[in-house]
Write a protein that binds this ligand. Structure first.
Ligand code: BGC
Length: 765
């Protein structure tokens, strides 16, 4: 007991600093420890530390790791991911600690992306809550559950800006905007890393995918990226930087190339920018076989690409085992230096030191915690709340929603009673069979309604396409009947009901890794079903499941109510029913633009004006202006859009003054609006602030988000919302990549979405 107490005290003094920045004394102690250990290490043992292998529970590439046990005992592995439970992890840790020569403990990681066992909405969904404390809580709960199950390193947050909804991994991030994305990145890191690693219920975050992974050409996963530095600095890099500034301990290099060199071997990216400019001190890990894939990229053979990755500043090799197998030879041939190997090894050991593993390698192996802290009622309650706040009411004509808790509902569609798909993509640790289906949710929330069910359609009519997305334990439960038979049954069912609830859209695995689509509409067979349902004359509510912005112009034109529910996680069904029946008033706002069709992609609110901006009425074509012959420039649903069951009215903007001065330190203008709830329900509103720099040395976007506040307003209530806008908020990276504000005129907008705003002006002197 006494011994245990002493250990806890020693641990907490050693680690308490990780609530904030490490202090000098701690760093000196760590350095002494790590260097002393490295003195005892052979070259092979050092390379072993750089080797991260995958366990049995999830793989995202064609390679899997083999002979793991033998390699651990030989000191040839530094960490492993995708294994869980304290029992299994303890056994694996024992191999390293009891049977390897230097007894160096291993790191255990996993992709804990939107919850661990208690699943929350997919990241694109939770980002639509615009609720930072909620998002932080999701990450906190994820860390509590994952560490209770032995895992203390998560490959999250994914902060890649994505403006191409064809790219399936848009589901894993926070959408299109660098400001919103940065706020979410910070909240996630804070949630995972909590008050510091001294506590065993925190885990290290790994920011990914550094960098620009979301800008894959044509939205095809793993494809080439190419962009200017000004765009990179202003629009794509801020969320990575924000996550690191929030203290993220590690970062993952992305698969894509930047300026012709894959991120994994990009010295400019991993050393000049990340280490020198940004001062990052933590660990860089490659993505899954990211190093060996550089052979396919055309950068040389395995030995060459591994050496390039090391020299660029990539410390750890995920799965490809190229470091452990080739760097020794490269050292002998003087293609890499001992100092380069030592530096990478040192970073891995520092991470282990920071996580307290040298003091207690079994810190996270507590069977009791696994029994009591995972999938708790409390966590599920939070997940249900979070899901409700992630849904976006895209359209609601004639107050079709909310529904009364009586009468007869025709519940139709392939996702109406599906549990597993509620989990959404990237939910490797979840038990999908424990997810609440929409049907169950309706029964739980509105027990008095009569539910009549019909399948209506499959996800895809085409069996091959259906099979492609019926994977990873998320079956689409294909119905063997013909499309026509299923539609006929659905129509007959609808005719007997007061209202139709159609649960349609994408299956969970239609987004996520390697799930790009060229056509982002609802599959045709599902649309045919909707057409038939609309013809019955019954009101139709479309409960839209999706992991990406979809092109749903037809649905918008024809369906009276559309509730976008993403993939809500464990409690999806309950949370959807909460909103359908008005127990929860929807408050989500899109974090990514919904296009009218795929031809508009990339489409985002903060576009540039061009030299020939479209000046028409928004509908008609205008020759020699920047527009399309066949579709308006405007999106179907803009960034920031999301309706409520109530109505919010905005007063004109008032400014505390009209001029901001660069000469006055911390000068700020207060930008205020009064928002009034004029409808019939209590509700929450995300008040959004945008600016436009009218003239600057590089062309400005027409609007940029610079602030938001989520407020709750009772029916009839008004609140004044004030934003302090300072010089820092007006800064951007100029042509020399200097972060500057330039004097001149600015517009400021406040409103309910990026396209519905009040406007005022001020100047910067
Ligand atoms: C993905 C990463 C993930 C890794 C490990 C890769 O294929 O791109 O996001 O963290 O696999 O599972």
């Amino acid at each position: 007991m006494k011994h245990q107490l002493a250990l806890i005290l020693a641990l907490s003094t050693a680690l308490s600093l990780f609530a904030q920045q490490p202090n000098a004394a701690y760093l000196a102690k760590r350095e002494a420890y790590v260097l002393a250990l490295m003195k005892k290490m052979t070259l092979d043992e050092k390379l072993g530390q750089l080797n991260l292998v995958v366990g049995g529970e999830a793989t995202t590439g064609s390679s899997v790791s083999t002979d793991v046990e033998t390699k651990i005992k030989a000191g040839r592995i530094g960490g492993i991911f995708s294994v869980s439970t304290p029992g299994r992890i303890r056994k694996i840790q024992e191999l390293a600690v009891n049977q390897s020569r230097l007894k160096i403990p291993m790191i255990f990681g996993m992709d804990v992306i939107h919850g661990y066992k208690t699943l929350f909405p997919i990241p694109l969904g939770i980002s639509s809550s615009w609720d930072m404390s909620l998002i932080e809580k999701m990450a906190r709960i994820s860390a509590v559950e994952a560490t209770a199950d032995g895992i203390f390193w998560t490959f999250s947050p994914m902060v890649d800006i994505a403006r191409d909804p064809r790219w399936g991994r848009i589901a894993e991030g926070s959408g299109e905007d660098p400001y919103l994305g940065s706020q979410i990145a910070k909240a996630m890191v804070k949630g995972y890393q909590g008050k510091g690693y001294a506590q065993t219920n925190t885990m290290m975050a790994c920011v990914k995918h550094f960098a620009l992974y979301g800008a894959a050409e044509a939205g095809r996963d793993y494809h080439t990226t190419d962009m200017s530095k000004v765009r990179m600095y202003n629009e794509y890099l801020p969320p990575y930087k924000a996550a690191l500034d929030a203290g993220a301990g590690s970062i993952m290099a992305s698969f894509n190339e930047i300026d012709g060199v894959p991120a994994t071997a990009n010295k400019w990216l991993l050393t000049d920018l990340l280490r020198r400019q940004w001062g990052f001190k933590g660990l860089v890990v490659s993505d899954y076989t990211g190093i060996s894939e550089m052979v396919n990229h055309g950068l040389g053979d395995l030995q060459t690409v591994a050496a390039k990755a090391l020299m660029a500043g990539n410390d750890m090799d995920m799965v490809s085992e190229s470091y452990v197998n080739t760097l020794g030879k490269s050292l002998r041939e003087q293609k890499v230096t001992q100092a380069q190997i030592d530096l990478a090894c040192r970073r891995v050991l520092e991470m282990k030191y920071d996580l307290g593993l040298f003091t207690d390698p079994y810190r996270y192996c507590d069977e009791n915690r696994a029994k009591t802290e995972i999938f708790t009622t409390e966590h599920r309650t939070e997940a249900r709340k979070a899901a409700g706040k992630s849904f976006v009411l895209l359209k609601n004509n004639q107050q079709t929603l909310p529904l009364p808790k009586r009468g007869t509902i025709a519940l139709i569609g392939p996702l109406a009673d599906n549990k597993e798909n509620m989990a959404g993509t990237w939910s490797v640790s979840g038990d999908f069979t424990k997810c609440v289906s929409l049907e169950e949710g309706i029964k739980n929330v509105a027990g008095n309604v009569t539910i009549l069910k019909a399948r209506g359609s499959n996800i895809y009519s085409n069996a091959r396409l259906d099979a492609n997305v019926s994977i990873f334990g998320k079956p689409t439960n294909r119905d063997p009947r013909s499309d026509a038979d299923m539609i006929a049954e659905a129509v007959a069912t609808a005719q007997k009901a007061d209202v139709v609830v159609a649960a349609l859209g994408e299956a969970a695995e239609m987004t996520g890794e390697a799930s790009s689509r060229s056509d982002i509409e609802i599959p045709e067979n599902q649309r045919d079903l909707l057409k038939a349902l609309i013809k019955t004359g019954k009101p139709v509510v479309l409960v839209l499941f999706t992991g990406r912005p979809l092109a749903i112009q037809w649905e918008h034109d024809n369906i009276p109510a559309i509730l976008n529910v993403w993939f809500g996680g464990t409690e999806a069904g309950n949370a959807i029913a909460d909103v359908l029946f008005g127990d929860v008033n929807p408050s989500g706002k899109l974090s990514a633009t919904f296009p009218r069709n795929a031809g508009q992609i990339p489409i985002y609110y903060s576009y540039k004006n061009t030299g020939r901006p479209y000046g028409g009425n928004g509908v008609d074509f205008a020759k020699f202006q920047s527009n399309y012959l066949d579709v308006p420039n405007s999106p179907l649903y803009p960034f920031g859009h999301g309706l409520s069951y109530t109505k919010f009215e905005y007063s004109p903007i008032t400014l505390s003054k009209n001029t901001l001065s660069m000469a006055v330190p911390k000068d700020a203008i207060n930008v205020s609006v009064t928002v009034t709830n004029t409808g019939n329900y209590d509700g929450e509103e995300v008040v959004q602030l945008y600016i436009r720099d009218k003239v600057r040395s590089i062309t400005p976007p027409v609007k940029e988000l610079k602030g938001f506040q989520k407020i709750a307003l009772k029916k009839g209530e008004s609140k004044t919302v004030t934003f302090a806008l300072g010089v820092e908020d007006l800064k951007f990276y100029n042509g020399e990549l200097k972060f500057v504000a330039e004097p001149g005129e600015f517009l400021v907008f406040v409103g309910t979405s990026s396209s519905e705003v009040k406007e005022a002006g001020f100047s910067l002197k």
